[in-house]
Write a protein that binds this ligand. Sequence first.
Ligand SMILES: [Zn+2]
Length: 301
Amino acid sequence: MPDAIHWLALRRRLACLLLAALGAGGTWLHADESVLPIFDAHLHYTGIDAAALSPIEIIGILDRNGVTRAVVSGLPNRAVERLHAAAPARIIPFLNVYRGPDPKVNWMHDAELPARVRDMLDAGGLYRGIGELHIFAKDAESAVLMALADLAAERGLLLQVHGDVEVIDALFARQPGLTVLWAHLGTKPHPDALAPALAQHPNLYVDTSVRDGRFVDARGRLKPLWRDFFIAHADRVLVGVDTYWTKRWQGFDAVAAEIRAWLAQLPPEVAEQLASGNANRLFGDAEPADRAHGLGWLPSS
Ligand SMILES: [Zn+2]
């Protein structure tokens, strides 16, 4: 058999074996169907990440950790768009509005930012939200932030906010219909601070990223205080790894295992809501036909 034909036959055979291993429906890619699917509400994929890890490698990381969908933002937005193109049903892109030096602390003083964001949103319909926005109490009334709140409300986009409760209050005072993802359980990540904010703002959701260590004791047991909080707010909490630098992507498995360890100590229906149910409700379930898009890298059979 000539080499080319032999190679084609081998590719076909490999593809068929892979598809068989994935199950007849070609559905989700994680090996063990009994693993609780995770919708990660807080990931970043930047140009620096992209230089180390291709979209296919990122999808491989998500696959082996049972992460079926994820909210992803990053600088430049092009990196996120490339990742989204590789798995459109799995990647929920959020628009990064940062640019210039020290954007995390300066963006809210850039009067031209809202017009620029409007243009970026007009240019492409991919984005489901804006963020992550770092902003604290002293800037809670920022005109730039309020303009983003208006833009998000007008276009049905979510805002992902890393900041103080004063910022959350200001956003909902401006746009009560807005939906806000409050990153890392806010800046006072304690049930006593979170419960009143969640009670006051029905469209506020919190993500647990980077806070996993505080939910458990030295032996890894879920603390009763947090268990009670998660059960009482089971419809408002989302999990996330937060890949804030490339090493976090490279250590993704360990963080995902940490999240799964505390989720497993909750009643199953509560764990399911935190792991993916709430995020799926917020973003809408993926179309089954679209899910197979993650298989685009496979050789055709
Ligand atoms: Zn982040």
